[in-house]
Design a protein around this ligand. Structure first.
Ligand code: C2O
Ligand code: CU
Length: 709
């Protein structure tokens, strides 16, 4: 992050100083006497020197980032922007500046023709311009067009851009040079020079516009999502460097060939249809629920009104079952026109029950229903939400909680509260609330009683929680129990990425305990006061002194991945940002390996593989990376082994951070793997994980109405 900002500033500075040096250089042949030429020359050399100094600092910063964060953070810059800026600068340093430096005469005589010819040489001004453009493009790229895993084309295209933009100025420079060579005087009048500059600028502008327009036209069209595509149309696949999968063996990486296979069904001979991946659900249900998706006006505790889309007309309805139960949930869509589904976030159900429209089922349109049935194999705190146009549907309220209790809990609690925070769009603007409580809640708890909080963050951004007045323990992360969680002081803040959950336990002291969302100073944020006896004054929060760090907490998780010495497949996800097009419209895009869906390669695995994934966040935002159907074990953070590997289904990766996670491919199917900032996912921060022995006949796109983002 720091390097990113420093890079932008340094390259912007280089642009400025190369520009100034270039302007000085361009004015040399217009000098009337040697003295003024010499003055301009000195000024030019200073500006060029500063530009080169800035660039040296920039290269050093990149080297430092490489040393600190690793190659993946700098690869794109090193392959793309470094050569782009280095070439013109080296050319200037070796070929141009020494010649200009030689023009030392500072008397009052007019410059000789030889001097003027040197200064007006057509290699001079364009070289400065090239250095300035290269720096400018680098400044722009760092923010708006991050080079990630650049191919030859990406590298060459920036050089080409400079060449095109130099076309007009180079022609003008050449014309002046011819004039000087013929012994003619250059037009020195300020108006004439301005006119010349303006016409060069206008013509270059025309070139730039032409480049821009052609890019926009190509971008708009190339980014349009097809009306219909099936999930098997994977032009791009990544086998993570592992053994060949059925996909590549059946020619899956070849679009045409694979389609042919698919149509004739021959590739499917050894492949299972997603719809068949239900697990064993022959037993009768132990718990049945009905969830009716419906539009409903809801009112927050403060009276603010939400035009909500709900399940059962409730805010965050709870499904509570016991571990091992056969659970049956009938989803009925009453009137949500775009259709709905239910995805069990973090709950590793068999693929056919995962609720991703176009991938594991068809979207449930008004008047239709779909029944989910699965065995509750994981205990803990989970939530569910619609996966149809999720950024809109979750924001509007199509979510609830799934609480799975052990039949015999090792640790029991006197009180349990579910704290699900959400940011609602209301008639009063955006309001944060715990469920529908957007103010303070008061809960009576007797001293000595044990309390468990199940905190769930449904908002797109990570959220901070302060729990003050008592020590507490984090007993589960993303539904997974922590062994031997040590007490944390009440000056420890909790931060949950989007979609994440923490279970927190404390014993009620004989004074109030205060849970609140956000910073100590955010007075209007929702909170819960736990108290006994007479209702106390509203407690005051203090700014925390530490943030809870799961990488050093409790006992380390030990499993097949933590024990693995070798992985069958290794994938990289470099998270970046750039400007570009998604489905025909212009966006600030959040990218995976430089691309957005559907251009991000699908990760292909074989059942039983041990898989490692490295997340590298080069971008300027946090990304809660969520893998469906599997919990990931976090192994390394920023290149170092974590003290306590932990299990997560949604890993919040901050700018500048990298993580290595591992999982065992033990749940065959086609799974989403995406950023749980659902606004990011809605513009393509999505990819798929696919088992090579699985196929899906569902279709995505506007034709089917299956819009799984
Ligand atoms: Cu909670 Cu794919 O989502
Ligand atoms: Cu994101």
């Amino acid at each position: 992050m720091f390097v990113t900002i420093a890079s932008i500033l340094l390259t912007a500075g280089m642009t400025l100083f190369w520009g100034v040096a270039g302007m000085m250089a361009a004015s040399l042949p217009y000098a009337r006497i040697n003295r003024s030429l010499n003055r301009k020359r000195t000024f030019m050399l200073w500006a060029a020197g500063i530009a080169m100094l800035l660039s040296a600092v920039w290269y050093a910063a990149i080297a430092l980032q490489f040393a600190n964060s690793g190659w993946l953070f700098v690869e794109g810059t090193v392959k793309t922007l470094v050569p782009l800026t280095l070439v013109p600068q080296l050319y200037l340093a070796v070929m141009i500046l020494p010649k200009l430096k030689g023009l030392r005469n500072s008397d009052g005589n007019p410059p000789t023709q030889e001097v003027l010819r040197t200064a007006a040489h057509p290699s001079v001004m364009p070289s400065f311009l090239a250095a300035a453009l290269a720096s400018g493009i680098s400044a722009f790229s760092t923010f708006f067009a991050q080079p990630v895993l650049p191919g030859l084309f990406q590298i060459a295209s920036r050089f080409l851009l400079i060449a095109l933009l130099l076309l007009v100025p180079a022609l003008f420079a050449y014309r002046s040079y011819l004039k000087v060579s013929r012994g003619e005087k250059l037009e020195r009048g300020i108006l004439a020079r301005l006119l010349k500059f303006a016409s060069a600028a206008v013509l270059t502008f025309v070139v730039a516009i032409a480049i821009l327009v052609s890019n926009v036209l190509v971008g708009v069209n190339a980014s349009k999502l097809p009306e219909a595509s099936d999930m098997m149309n994977h032009d791009r696949m990544d086998e993570g460097g592992g053994a060949a999968t059925l996909m590549s063996m059946s020619g899956g990486s070849d679009h045409q060939q694979h389609r042919a296979h698919h149509a004739s069904g021959s590739a499917g001979a050894d492949q299972i249809e997603v719809a068949a991946l239900t697990g064993d659900i022959s037993a009768p249900a132990d718990k049945t629920f009905e969830l009716v998706a419906q539009q409903k006006q809801m009112t927050l505790a403060s009276g603010s009104v939400i035009d909500a889309w709900t399940y059962n007309g409730e805010i965050a309805p709870e499904l509570r079952v016991q571990h091992g139960d056969m659970v049956e949930v009938k989803l009925i869509n009453q009137d949500v026109d775009s259709g709905v589904t239910i995805h069990w976030h973090g709950y590793n159900v068999p693929n056919a029950m995962d609720g991703v429209p176009g991938m594991t089922q068809n979207v449930v349109k008004p008047g239709q229903s779909f029944t989910y049935k699965f065995r509750a194999g994981q205990e803990g705190t989970y939530w569910f939400h619609s996966h149809q146009q999720a950024s809109e549907q979750v924001a509007k309220g199509l979510f609830g909680t799934l609480i799975v209790e052990l039949k015999e809990e090792a640790e029991t609690f006197d009180e349990q509260f579910t704290v699900i925070n959400h940011r609602w769009m209301t008639d009063q603007g955006q309001i944060d609330a715990f469920g529908n409580e957007d103010g303070l809640q008061w809960k009576q708890v007797q001293p000595g009683e044990t309390v468990k909080l199940r905190i769930i963050n449904t908002h797109n951004l990570s959220q901070k929680y302060l729990l003050q007045g008592t020590d507490f323990r984090v007993t589960s992360i993303d539904g997974m129990k922590i062994q031997d969680p040590q007490p944390l002081s009440d000056q420890t803040a909790l931060r949950l990425g989007s979609g994440g959950r923490y279970d927190v336990a404390f014993t009620m002291p004989n004074h109030p305990v205060f849970l609140k969302l956000g910073n100590a100073k955010d007075a209007s944020n929702p909170g819960i006061v736990f108290y006994s006896g007479a209702k106390p004054e509203k407690p005051v929060s203090q700014t925390e002194s530490a943030e809870f760090d799961p990488s050093d907490y409790g006992q380390p998780v030990v499993n097949d991945v933590t024990a693995a010495e070798k992985f069958d497949r290794e994938f990289q996800m470099i998270l970046g940002n750039r400007m570009g097009f998604y489905n025909g419209t212009f966006h600030f895009l959040w990218t995976i390996n430089g691309e957005v869906y559907p251009r991000v390669p699908t990760l292909v695995v074989k059942e039983g593989d041990k898989v490692k994934t490295t997340f590298v966040n080069k971008s300027l935002g946090e990304h809660p990376m969520h893998l469906h159907g599997h919990h990931m074990t976090v192994l390394k953070k920023n290149g170092k082994k974590v003290k306590t590997p932990w299990l997560t289904d949604t890993l919040n990766v901050l700018p500048g951070e990298s993580y290595e996670v591992g999982f065992v491919a033990d749940n065959p199917g086609m799974w989403m793997d995406h950023c749980h900032n659902l606004d990011h996912a809605a513009t393509g921060m999505i990819l798929h994980l696919m088992y090579d022995n699985v196929r899906s006949s569902y279709e995505v796109g506007t034709r089917s109405g299956n819009l799984p983002d």
